[in-house]
Design a protein around this ligand. Structure first.
Ligand code: DAT
Length: 175
């Protein structure tokens, strides 16, 4: 993680797994010179886990320790956070929240090619059908800072990058 932190907004990129969060957030952070933070990777590197979920065959993130780990850095701004959930972060952390959305057949293919199958695949597809993450974001942050972005095609990705980069420029002009 970078120690020489740039000033700038804190941006949350969230959405169902496979919607394109990491691809978008990494590219965004690079183009805007912000810090990219993938919560899954952070937990893995710091072993910030509190157990194991046998149903999904994956470790359970210790949310309190993740928050402690990030508090100082978030206070300084200039971070792009990438995570498939959003309700456990403090509301004050984020200047803007983007929820990526992908049409079901496209998401299904992406998750299948990632090796998801059975319940894990079905649950993630259901999560997108019921727009669970979008609802979670709207419940957790002021509605005016929550934006839904289509993430089906490479053109969508470029459009989304352009939109977010121009929002960052505006933010910088007013802060
Ligand atoms: P996430 O971080 O949400 O799990 P990802 O960034 O790993 O998703 O993307 C999953 C796959 O989909 C990966 O192969 C890249 C591809 N992808 C992501 N966004 C896309 C888009 N807008 N158009 C086409 N492919 C996309």
């Amino acid at each position: 993680m970078a120690t020489d932190r740039p000033c700038g907004p804190n941006i949350l990129i969230t959405g169902t797994p496979g919607t394109g969060k990491s691809t978008l957030a990494e590219e965004l952070a690079q183009r805007a010179s912000l810090n990219y933070i993938n919560i899954g990777d952070l937990a893995k590197e710091g072993n910030l886990y509190e157990g194991f979920d046998p149903q999904y065959n994956c470790p359970i993130i210790d949310e309190d320790r993740v928050l402690d780990e990030l508090e100082d850095q978030m206070g300084q701004g200039g971070n792009v956070i990438d995570y498939h959930g959003c309700e456990f972060f403090p509301e004050r952390w984020f200047d803007i929240v983007f929820v990526l959305r992908t049409d079901n057949p496209i998401l299904y293919t992406r998750l299948e090619s990632r090796g998801y199958n059975g319940k894990k695949l079905e649950d993630n597809i259901q999560c997108e059908i019921f727009q669970t993450i979008l609802e979670e974001a709207r419940d957790s942050y002021k509605t005016e800072i929550v934006h839904e972005l289509a993430s089906n095609t490479p053109d969508d990705m470029e459009d989304n990058l352009d939109k977010i980069l121009s929002w960052i420029e505006q933010w910088k002009n007013t802060h």
